[in-house]
Ligand binder design. Structure first.
Ligand code: MOS
Length: 734
């Protein structure tokens, strides 16, 4: 079963509308509707807030502002991961960014709540906000650590000496804009009071974190908070933690003793859930004429919200990508009065590789060397900063296989030298690397007397195919057909996990299922072997085969359901777990990553500079593939996003107010079908025995790593124009 392209087991529920998302749990009873009122200034304080008209409007049940909001638990910095911390809202009159919630209006219908929200009258004393990242950077500071607890700066050898002595040097700045996770399902929550408890139907990536965060904010016992999140319409990092809609729905439901639901509007998703920080990245590469890097530096400055620090690990994987004796990486923050930075798919690698892999292309150009060959010449033998072996690195295999499949030898050797009619044609490529994370995850597998199995965890399926791969791993682990395995996810009563994020979800939860199944098999064998009535009595369990619901040893066999019925009439259970990566010795002994190589072909209109992507190819090494169908979808999604980051995505700040001007999906451009003609994904056969017992690593974020740089490098190859200010729009190419 593992490695088969099983169709999504939850597919029929989703296409028939029976998969209930957070806003759709009608079983909770007739809900009230909450609408969030956001600040219309970016910095300052509320001087007066008049809710009288809103309160007396039709159907209104409550208007909550900082005047009457309950006291909430503080953000507790001693909790290691921020997703588990309290998220207090409406805490006072200060405004920290445009759109920050200033009131919640709750009414009997959504339309009543929305109409009354317009009647909340707020006056502000407008402060002097700083909204311009490009402004003077006197305030720029050094964070203590960057995201994922990684070191802010690293230094190996003597960069300045190595760089100065290099025969060929690249020293360029690249900028990336504000970008958003923007899942299809906006952030939404429905809270149902049940006695003293709250049932919280919420769209989230980590159920355990949601429970802790709601409990901490509402100052309640976590056991009284019941998170329900069986289906999630995408997260991309923005649902790792919970946000104001969830807290406000919970505060209102607790007070009104009635279900309350709150969903963000699309515009609010642009304001209230965090975004990828804008960055300025200086990349310096010094190499010999043979292309071997002597010195490599990646220095990143990015924005952070003034009060809520977030430092994306933009230069982190640069530390493991190429060999070079002299190296530097650094991260700096410029505090602004804008929404906080947060995790957006492949935090770090996505914008970091856009810069580094563009710079590598510039170096290849300066050397007159093929860009694929340049990467191969800088392939390290050990992790160059940590000095530990790689667990399973196949970057060169990806590069070579991709170049062959793509027809890389047809790449125009000289930029702007190939024209087909109106179109200048160019090829580009990029390497891909992505870190591998692991977090504590528990799964319970239960075998019933009828021979069916149930897998239980608070793990989420954020659209990636978790239900499907868990089915496959359990079916294989117990020797059952997949239709006799049922998966229960997304409830806080179930064994707790690190959920879905950071590309750790599949590897964590499948490893835990694999272990639980091994423990269950052992349990059945012990029972059967010691049972005189069993055909397996006294047989050597070493040769046991579990298949089609039966345990077979040699020529003897017994149905699994029968063993369960006889010895565990209430069902046989076992739990499987994974360790926090810091407690797993392989994490310190090895450098564990996934890899890939991206290739792109573009046509650029010689007169208008319109850029049309013609085809993309990604070749990846991810360890063992659990399901090639869901894996391919994940990788294509990432590659498409990378193309969008290269050519389209960008939020523009109104420097007077700190508002994002283009805060909707009509004006914030992302690729549509017509932008993406032909994407091919190849996944190399693999097995990383240092990652886990399944040999599988994460996939969700690898596709976006480097794909944008391949497109950018193709634009250079087509036109001879290098754009370092992303996205590459027409006016920058002309
Ligand atoms: Mo991911 S950006 O950790 O969901």
């Amino acid at each position: 079963m593992i490695g088969q392209g099983l169709n999504r087991v939850d597919g029929p529920l989703k296409v028939s509308g029976r998969a209930a998302y957070a806003y759709e749990h009608w079983e909770a009873g007739q809900p009230l509707y909450g609408v969030i009122v956001g600040a219309t200034i970016g910095k300052g304080r509320i001087t007066r807030i008049d809710t009288e008209d809103a309160e007396s409007a039709g159907g209104v049940r409550m208007v909550m502002t900082y005047h009457n909001a309950p006291v909430q638990g503080p953000r507790d910095e001693s909790i290691a991961l921020e997703y588990w911390r309290a998220q207090p809202v409406l805490t006072g009159p200060e405004i920290h960014y445009y759109g920050e919630p200033v009131a919640l209006v709750v009414a009997g219908t959504f339309e009543q709540a929305r109409a009354a929200a317009e009647l909340v009258d707020v006056e502000y004393a407008v402060g002097r906000g700083r909204f311009d990242f490009a402004g003077d950077d006197d305030e720029t500071y050094i964070p203590k650590v960057v995201n994922a607890g990684l070191p802010t700066d690293t230094s190996v050898g003597d960069f300045d000496a190595g760089f100065d002595a290099a025969a060929v040097r690249v020293d360029e700045n690249y900028t990336t804009p504000y970008e958003f996770s923007m899942p299809m399902e906006p952030h939404a929550c429905l809270v149902e009071p049940r006695g003293e408890d709250l049932v919280v139907y919420v769209s989230c990536q980590i159920v355990d974190a949601a429970q802790s965060s709601v409990a901490g904010t509402l100052r309640m016992d976590p056991a009284r908070i019941h998170i329900v999140s069986p289906f999630v319409g995408g997260g991309f990092g923005s649902k790792l933690g919970i946000h104001s809609e969830t807290i406000l729905a919970a505060l209102a439901a607790r007070e009104l003793r009635q279900p309350v639901k709150v969903a963000l509007t699309r515009q609010q998703v642009f304001q209230l859930v965090g975004l990828r920080p804008t960055s300025n990245q200086r990349v310096r590469l010094g190499a010999g004429r043979d292309g071997r890097l002597a010195a490599l530096a990646h220095d990143v400055t990015m924005h952070t919200n003034r009060d809520l620090e977030y430092a994306e690990q933009t230069a982190a994987t640069t530390r493991s990508l190429y060999a070079a004796p002299h190296r530097l990486t650094s991260h700096r923050l410029t505090p602004l009065d804008l929404p906080r930075g947060s995790d957006v798919r492949a935090p770090g690698e996505a914008p970091g590789l856009l810069a580094v892999e563009s710079a590598m292309d510039e170096l290849a150009d300066a050397l007159g060397m093929d860009p694929v060959e340049l990467r191969i010449r800088n392939e390290p033998t050990v992790d160059p900063e940590r000095d530990v072996p790689y667990s399973d690195r196949h970057l060169v295999d990806c590069l070579r296989d991709g170049a062959r499949r793509f027809g890389w030898e047809r790449r125009p050797a000289t930029p702007a030298s190939v024209r087909e009619g109106r179109w200048l044609v160019g090829y580009g490529m990029s390497a891909a690397i992505r870190g591998h994370f692991q977090g504590p995850t528990a799964v319970r597998v239960r075998l019933e007397a009828d021979g069916t199995a149930v897998v239980q965890s608070d793990m989420t399926d954020i659209g990636t195919g978790t239900y499907t791969i868990l089915t496959q791993v359990a079916a294989e682990g117990l020797g059952l057909p997949p239709d006799r395995v049922r998966i229960e996810l997304g409830r806080s009563e179930l064994p707790s996990s690190w959920g879905s994020g950071g590309s750790w979800g599949a590897a964590n939860s499948c490893t835990a299922v694999h272990r639980a199944c091994a423990a269950l098999r052992e349990k059945l064998l012990v029972a059967a072997r010691g049972d005189e009535r069993s055909a397996l009595h006294g047989r050597d369990p070493a040769g046991a085969v579990f298949a089609e619901g039966t345990v077979r040893i040699g020529d003897a066999s017994q149905a699994m359901g029968e063993i369960v019925a006889r010895h565990h009439p209430d069902g046989a259970e076992a739990e499987g777990t994974t360790l926090f990566m810091g407690d797993d010795p392989n994490y310190s002994a090895y450098s564990i990553h996934t890899y890939g190589a991206h290739f792109a072909e573009v046509g650029v209109d010689a007169d208008t500079a319109e850029i049309r992507l013609r085809r993309m190819l990604g070749v990846f090494s991810v360890g063992r593939v659990l399901n090639p169908k869901t894996a391919r979808s994940q990788l294509i999604g990432g590659m498409v996003w990378g193309a969008g980051a290269a050519l389209e995505e960008e939020a523009v700040v109104d420097l007077r107010s700190g508002a994002f001007v283009n805060r909707d999906l009509a004006q914030y451009l992302v690729p549509v079908h017509a932008d993406i003609p032909d994407v091919e994904v190849v996944i190399l056969d693999g097995y990383d025995d240092k990652a886990n017992v399944l040999g599988a690593k994460g996939i969700g974020e690898l596709g976006i790593c480097g794909s944008g740089a391949a497109v950018a490098n193709a634009v250079f190859n087509a036109t001879g124009t290098r754009v370092r200010d992303f996205p590459i729009t027409i006016e920058k190419v002309l």
